[in-house]
Design a protein around this ligand. Sequence first.
Ligand code: C2E
Ligand code: MG
Ligand code: MG
Length: 720
Amino acid sequence: MGIQKKRPKLAQKRGGKQRLRAKTSPVDVREIVRRRAEAEAAIADARKAHERLRDALNILPQGIVFLDPEGRYILWNKKYAEIYKRSSDLFKQGAKFEDTLRVGVARGDYPEAIGREEKWLAERLSRLHKPGQRHEQTLADGRCVLIEERQTGDGSVIGLRVDITELKQREASFRLLFEGNPVPMILCAPDDGHIRYVNDAAIEHYGFARDEFHKLKLRDLQAFESEMPWILDDSGDQQNTRMWKHVKADGSLIDLAIYSRKLVYNDQPMVMLALVDMTERKRAEARLAFMAQHDSLTGLPNRNLLRQRVDELLAHGRRSGDKFALLFVDLDNFKTINDTLGHGTGDQLLKSVTKRLRSTLRDEDAIARLGADEFAIVQTGCGRPEEVALLAKRLLEAINVPHLIGDHSIMIGASIGIAMAPGDGDNSERLMKGADMALSRAKQDARGTFSFFEAEMDARAQARRRIETDLRAAIEDDVLCPHYQPLIDLKSGRITGFEALVRWPHAERGMIPPSEFIPVAEETGLISALGGLMLHRACADAAQWADEVRVAVNLSPLQFRAGNLLSTVMDALKQSGLAPSRLELEITETLLLDKSDQVLATLHALRALGVRISMDDFGTGYSSLSYLRSFPFDKIKIDQSFVRDLASNRDAQAIVRSIISLGMGLGVTITAEGVETEAEFSCLRAEGCHEGQGYLFSKARPNSDIAALLQAQVAKPLVA
Ligand code: C2E
Ligand code: MG
Ligand code: MG
């Protein structure tokens, strides 16, 4: 710009010189000097402007060259010389572009010209005279240059050089990545999805030849034409989040995850798609999903799927008002079959039961397997319990017909618990819990029956859970303690010993009776801890009493199963220093129900220690007399139900009398429980009963009372 501004002044100055020659005078000489100085300043300005232009050109990232109309070098920048560094020694102002090119070709600076030098030169020079077109040139050092040339008004040429080596390398890498990629890839037009390029993997995967592919649009690959790929209407890059279905050349369908990206390839906007075939994975996933929701033995839906189905039905029912029933079916004594006939037979039996259940149901009813021998059935479209009861009966009958498995004909029964939806629960969890509770009730009542859920079962179950939690804490915090109820020698009226009865002072509920928490302790396994605690406390307390006074401790059958009863007893005796003969262990008839060798061995081992064994609650079991033969008991405690009404009820009298004579015959001490009245007491004494225990003498009392009680009877027996 600076150069152009100065030009008119220079022209003026040249005009001035002409006028100078015309007339000269001394004054004119001063004028000449002044004007020369002016001219020199202008030249200096022009030079500076030229240098500035050069500096400006030199910092440009592109190479720039100016050629005059005859094709001679006027000006070029540093980048230009750098790009053509092999030929840069030839660049001189006034040198002809064609000559430098020729020398360069001869020296091998332009590898594209080798072998066709003249032709190459002719093409190159013709391009110079047909400017405005871009072309690429490869140089001897492997770099690639983009050339663009423009002609100015006076025929000069301005040439632009851009080093595109990196771009070319990127393109080559992309091509390599695209063409050599094992993942099928497609480049298509972003507007209509016309397929422009495909890689070998796509050809192999889809089975279309390359030219067939190039005739297709993306939507031709779609299995469902209505599914237009998102890439065509969206501008950004996409990572696929859903599955697409494509058709291969042979007509088969594949599931794909498609990743797309917009890019420019060969100067054209394109969408590149990477097509990841998920068909196998989807199949594997489907298999896994099936396995996660079904039972492998019977192929029936499992608990998860049942829960989903029940929730769906409940949701549907909320809209439609439809009702349904949930039945839990549990096989009776399945474990015994598994244990005696083997698991193979057990499995066959389960399959056979599945078949029977299925054939009893309508198609619209659902069936699931919940556990080893537990099934669930959803009976839809029924609101009346009578209909469900009918189905339950049919199911029980169907199961109850002998199953022929191998050489065996197996009879098996079942119990059924029923919950009605939505009445018994408005979510799957509650409903399933309800059916489960009803099932427990059915099993308790009598196996082989069915039972409906009742709200009171739920309340009971909740109370039971609360007891379990509190009991666990009470045992840990050592809140439980024994109270002692005296056993009286009916002849002398003196105390022979005390029965330790567990007491639970509950912070909120007061004293909780053992009948409420012993069954819970037995169900939850807490009974071992509770029993151990009672043994230790009772032995320790008794060791402080007078020497002849015994202590009796109740044992649960479950303590025998735990296996460490013998060592617990020995430990309690050792720690307290109590003589074994002062310890009585009370067991109930239920312990002897299965008369297992282990139970009898433990009983004998306990007795061998010198400990006495009593049969508690005698007469309440099924075959009390036969139990007396299984083990030589030291004491029989007549259950309080026989003692009740002893004075007025002749039958009770007869039973008590015969138990007493039986005991005498066997040489066993007989104790009557629950003696409440003087009449009962005198009747028992008259019959020759040895001992009595009951409210008439004393309720169970804390250990702190016992010393005084024992002391008092020294002066005066508890009863006369
Ligand atoms: P049990 O062993 O037959 O104990 C006698 C039960 O009868 C005690 O009830 C006692 O308080 C009660 N009883 C005593 N005299 C009379 C009477 O004159 N009239 C009436 N109506 N009842 C009387 P408790 O203490 O409620 O114990 C109930 C049962 O709980 C016991 O029956 C025993 O089977 C069990 N039990 C108590 N403590 C333990 C223990 O530490 N371990 C185990 N495993 N069971 C225990
Ligand atoms: Mg007892
Ligand atoms: Mg008893």
